[in-house]
Design a protein around this ligand. Structure first.
Ligand code: PMP
Length: 357
């Protein structure tokens, strides 16, 4: 062996990961990252679960596998069957990978307002992508209803129904939650994340509450335009959805069945403005070297805020780093786009150099 490449005595190899089976086996067991500079700057201890390291690139790989496995275990789908979902984002990507690896056809309905890049990626992953007119949920032609109807119309097919099928939350209860508990050695005070389907928050949150005997506080973080914070803080009043956010994949207009499985046991909720999320997104890159999507940045802002709200002696907070910035970089790192969202002034001078597009 070349001397220079010899491992010095006592130095560990990079990875302690074991040999796994295929794409499905590579999902999960992601690192829990101590966010050193953000922790030192704030005086809290902030940790991010590196879900961007899943093989399909996001936290939704776990849900995709959980939904398909659940259908297999319940005998709802047999080899060669078809998996159908209405999704414009990470769940579709996760499902497309899982379906290729397990020998299923994958049909994805999405609103026709989605970017060509997303459509191309799903098609490259072997999915049959069906863009349909973007109409509200109440309209029977909405992409979700079309997905369900198509699955019902053919043999050996399932509609995975990520929002209201609690096999989604179960995947996180059985994997993400236990991993976080073990990695933090139970030494944590709070868990917070934003929600789309609510699967991550419900599954992880419930596991941590049970394991800690209620000591770990579980909170929800919202982007602007989501109704969940007002629903939770008002004790159950659902208001009309208004406003929007630069974040993608999070925010809701209703309490999904996944979220319903934890919503009454949350310690609280609050909204994070886009100006803070975008500044954190750039700061995470500048100080931690992490290139993350906007929902991850929002989650880190929320984790710091939760530590502040919990007060002295309760400073260890865990959140989710959902995906990387790669899928959104043409927007998040574009000066023009930032200006169009009124966010140029949200970046401190020393971070502006990263907006190179
Ligand atoms: N962040 C991103 C980037 C996502 O795509 C999603 C899923 N839509 C979430 C966060 C939220 O995860 P969940 O659906 O488990 O609430």
């Amino acid at each position: 062996m070349i001397a220079a490449l010899r491992r010095p005595q006592g130095m560990k190899s990079f990875s302690s990961h074991s040999l796994v089976q295929g794409f499905s086996g590579a999902i999960g067991n992601t690192p829990l990252i101590y966010l050193k500079t953000i922790s030192e700057k704030t005086g809290f201890k902030i940790f991010g679960k590196a879900e961007f390291q899943n093989p399909g690139g996001s936290v939704k790989d776990r849900a995709a596998l959980g939904l398909v496995r659940d259908a297999e275990e319940r005998g709802l789908i047999r080899p060669g069957g078809t998996v159908v979902e209405g999704t414009a984002g990470n769940t579709g990507i996760g499902l497309a990978h899982v379906c290729r690896a397990r020998g299923y056809k994958c049909v994805i309905y999405m609103p026709d307002t989605q970017s060509q890049e997303k459509i191309d990626l799903l098609r490259m992953l072997g999915a049959d992508v069906r863009p349909v007119p973007a109409v509200p949920f109440e309209n029977p032609r909405n992409y979700n209803h079309q997905a369900r109807e198509f699955a019902e119309s053919i043999n050996n097919a399932i509609w995975t129904n990520q929002f209201d099928n609690i096999a989604n939350a179960k995947a996180h209860y059985l994997s993400t939650g236990p991993e976080i508990w073990e990695q933090s050695q139970g030494q944590m005070d709070g868990f917070i994340c934003s929600t789309g389907t609510g699967g991550t928050l419900a599954g992880v949150g419930r596991y941590l509450q049970e394991k800690s005997g209620g000591k770990v506080q579980v909170w929800l973080a919202d982007p602007p335009g989501s109704v969940l914070t007002s629903y939770i803080t008002s004790g159950g009043t659902l208001v009309e959805r208004t406003g929007s956010s630069i974040t993608e994949g999070i925010g809701q207009g209703r309490v999904t069945d996944n979220l319903a499985s934890i919503v009454n046991d949350l310690s609280g909720a609050f909204t994070v403005p886009d100006s803070k999320s975008i500044a954190m997104l750039y700061e995470l890159l500048d100080t931690e070297g992490l290139y993350l999507g906007a929902s991850s940045a929002l989650n880190v802002v929320a984790a710091v805020e939760l530590a502040r709200r919990m007060g002295p002696g309760r400073s260890k907070v865990v959140t989710i780093l959902c995906d990387g910035a790669y899928r959104y970089q043409s927007r998040l790192f574009s000066k023009k786009w930032l200006a169009s969202k009124g966010l140029s002034q949200s970046l401190p001078d020393h971070l502006r150099k990263y907006a190179v597009l």
